[in-house]
Design a protein around this ligand. Structure first.
Ligand SMILES: [Mg+2]
Ligand SMILES: [Zn+2]
Length: 188
């Protein structure tokens, strides 16, 4: 008998990104292409990550879908648009994961206390299996406390912007878009 066993040690590094406030400006519930504003300062960082062949995986809470502000299909169109804009800048987004749920807002089956809404680990766990990602070799970049995922071995970097980042755990790194690239170059 021949067994092929792939241990998680052979899984690869990835860069996990939040969407709003990290890749595009956080205008609040962006569900239309015309509302997409790429944050220019993230471009050199994502170009470098792409050049290193490190997959970029976006994990985004989109309760605007649960709230009925836009559909999941409209959200997908926005993500296809962002992917194309970034491709023109030599940046490759490997995959998008969306949580369309909310525990208390919205109606129907999307009003649910799900396991994918950040800080829950659901979206990252799906990505781990589908793309064979090793969390301890990877980083999550966000701009909100809820971007600190419930995954001990995954390190988090938070970009200072719109949200209060008081009382952040000491293992979380705070930085800005402009200082992100050297930080990632030391990590990866
Ligand atoms: Mg955000
Ligand atoms: Zn969810």
């Amino acid at each position: 008998m021949l067994y092929f066993f792939m241990s998680k040690d052979s899984y690869r590094a990835a860069l996990f990104l939040d969407r709003d406030g990290v890749i595009i400006k956080d205008h609040g519930y962006v569900g239309k292409i015309s509302d997409v504003d790429i944050i220019e300062e993230i471009i050199p960082t994502l170009q470098w990550i792409t050049a290193q062949n490190i997959p970029i995986v976006v994990l985004t809470n989109q309760s605007g879908v649960a709230r009925g502000y836009y559909s999941l299909a409209e959200c997908d169109l926005v993500h296809q648009h962002i992917t194309k804009l970034l491709e023109k800048r030599d940046i490759s987004i490997k995959q998008w994961f969306i949580c369309p749920h909310h525990a208390t807002a919205g109606v129907g089956e999307l009003k649910v206390d799900c396991q994918c809404r950040k800080p829950h680990a659901g979206m990252a766990l799906l990505a781990q299996e589908e793309l064979q990602i090793n969390f301890s070799k990877s980083l999550m970049i966000g701009d909100k406390k809820s971007d600190i995922l419930e995954i001990k071995e995954l390190k988090t970097v938070l970009l200072q912007g719109h949200y209060s980042l008081d009382n952040i755990p000491s293992n979380v790194t705070l930085t800005t878009h402009k200082k992100l690239l050297p930080l990632l170059q030391r990590f990866f």
